[in-house]
Design a protein around this ligand. Structure first.
Ligand SMILES: [Zn+2]
Length: 186
């Protein structure tokens, strides 16, 4: 397996050999699972159901979304490849961390928050797999899963777009929450 230390784009490389630095920005990792949760919350609130995910749980989901990078901050794809936090080992370990996060919530929400936090880690690895790849089997295997399917220049826009979308979904959830409370009172 070749490992690329440099983050320079070389158009003459084969697609699977084009690597980038830093791969994906932190914003997308944090906001993608939060936006997905808010979408579900808003659909539920609009249908007259409860929000399911407590508001403060979204902060946990965001943190779990960046957890693999918090455990091994890196700027090169080579470092990502050689990172246990982007491997199957971490996915298993994250179950314990997600369960611990869930324990901060009330009885009926613990499992849900834990599962969603764990899914945020899975989403991180999936996104990294699309932006350069990961080695799921590290340190036992050296097979790269994924590749560079979305050019690096788009990731900054991805961050910005998700920031706007998450902000809009958050505002919408606050408005829907208020409407639900008013209906309850009425
Ligand atoms: Zn990562």
């Amino acid at each position: 397996m070749r490992i690329w230390i440099s983050g320079h784009w070389n158009p003459s490389d084969k697609p699977a050999e084009i690597w980038l630095t830093p791969g994906m920005l932190v914003g997308t990792h944090a906001l993608l699972p939060v936006a997905a949760c808010l979408l579900v919350v808003n659909l539920r609130l609009a249908a007259g159901l409860d929000r399911l995910m407590p508001r403060r749980s979204l902060w946990w989901v965001g943190v779990f979304g960046v957890l693999p990078d918090l455990f091994s901050p890196h700027l090169s794809l080579a470092a990502r490849f050689a990172s246990r936090s982007h491997s199957m080992v971490f996915l298993v370990g994250a179950i314990i961390l997600a369960a611990a996060a869930g324990s901060f919530f009330e009885n009926g929400r613990r499992l849900l928050v834990a599962v969603v936090c764990w899914c945020a880690v899975v989403l991180h690895l999936a996104a990294d797999a699309l932006s350069g790849g990961i080695i799921l089997g590290y340190p036992l295997r050296d097979v790269v899963v994924g590749g560079t399917f979305i050019p690096f220049r788009f990731w900054g826009w991805c961050d910005l777009g998700l920031l706007g979308l998450t902000w809009w979904l958050w505002r919408r959830s606050v408005a829907l929450d208020a409407r639900r409370s008013r209906r309850k009172l009425g």
